[in-house]
Ligand binder design. Structure first.
Ligand code: NAP
Length: 264
């Protein structure tokens, strides 16, 4: 087991990528704290899955954009579990809107949750990690923080900010034996993507056409990378962002060339 007896906190673990990370961590021997904002029943289901893998679980409701709630969450983890070895900043949401029309409250909310939330959680966790003299922080960024995704200005800006924050904190806290790295998922089949497809923001075939591997990713693909970045196997990696995207960000050539290959 690669995470035996570690204590992990995964934000936004009531479904999707966060839930897959929670389950994979439990299978690798970690106790996992499941954070969510509004989906209590789904978070409980995640906790039951962790327990079914033979590990301890707890559910903590907290909006990661609310610093006081984040500090209280981390205090509770430390009270109940005694330490915090791994923080996964996964909680997220998105909105698609032409930039000219984005309401102020939507801009502020996305930046609060996606960028400030990552900072607040990292800061609270790092205080404990400083005392422990070790820790792993894994930020779930996005390929939308690596290139332009029109009509997603706040989301992409926040995710680009997360990639920069990963570099800064990775370098700033390296001498404390803390690793801060990020994963940039491509298109992963979860609620976020299914909801955007249902609302007509995407067609699934137009996504897969642009992906060299010709298919959407699964939450488990992200979870596997998150295990690597939480384990001793990544001890000399710091401040980095790994794209887990089926080749999406590596590819800059014609969509028609890919389409020919997919059709073969
Ligand atoms: P998802 O299925 O919609 O899950 C999002 C999770 O975040 C839920 O557990 C949700 O719980 C939680 N959450 C949302 N706002 C929160 C808040 N303010 N405080 C605490 N928890 C909150 O989405 P997903 O696809 O798994 O996304 C997970 C992460 O991957 C996000 O950061 C997303 O940006 C990133 N990502 C996803 C994709 C993709 O293709 N799916 C691609 C790139 C990056 P509640 O319902 O309780 O709020």
């Amino acid at each position: 087991m690669r995470l035996a007896n570690k204590i992990a906190l995964v934000t936004g673990a009531s479904r999707g990528i966060g839930r897959a990370i929670a389950f994979t961590y439990a299978r690798e021997g970690a106790d996992v704290v499941v954070n969510h904002a509004a989906s209590a029943a789904q978070a409980d289901e995640t906790a039951r899955g962790i327990e079914a893998a033979g590990r301890r679980a707890a559910v903590i409701q907290a909006d990661v954009g609310d610093k006081a709630a984040v500090d209280a969450m981390v205090d509770r983890v430390l009270r109940e579990f005694g330490r915090l070895d791994i923080l996964v900043n996964n909680a997220g949401m998105t909105k698609v809107c032409p930039s000219i029309d984005v309401p102020e409250k939507d801009w502020r909310r996305l930046i609060d949750v996606l960028l400030s939330g990552v900072f607040f959680c990292s800061q609270a966790a790092a205080r404990a990690m400083f005392r422990q003299k070790s820790g792993k922080i894994i930020n779930i960024a996005s390929v939308a923080g690596m290139g332009a995704f029109p009509e997603r200005a706040a989301y992409g800006s926040a995710k680009a900010g997360v990639i920069e924050l990963t570099r800064v904190l990775g370098c700033e806290w390296a001498h404390r034996n803390i690793n801060v790295n990020a994963i940039a998922p491509g298109y992963i089949k979860t609620y976020i993507i299914e909801d955007l497809i249902a609302k007509g923001a995407y067609r699934e075939d137009s996504l897969t056409r642009r992906i060299p591997q010709g298919r959407l990713g699964k939450p488990e693909h992200i979870a596997d990378a998150a295990v690597f970045l939480a384990s001793g196997e990544s001890d000399y990696i710091n401040g980095q962002t790994i794209a887990v995207d089926g080749g999406f960000t590596a590819y800059s050539y014609l969509e028609s060339w890919l389409q020919d290959k997919h059709d073969q």
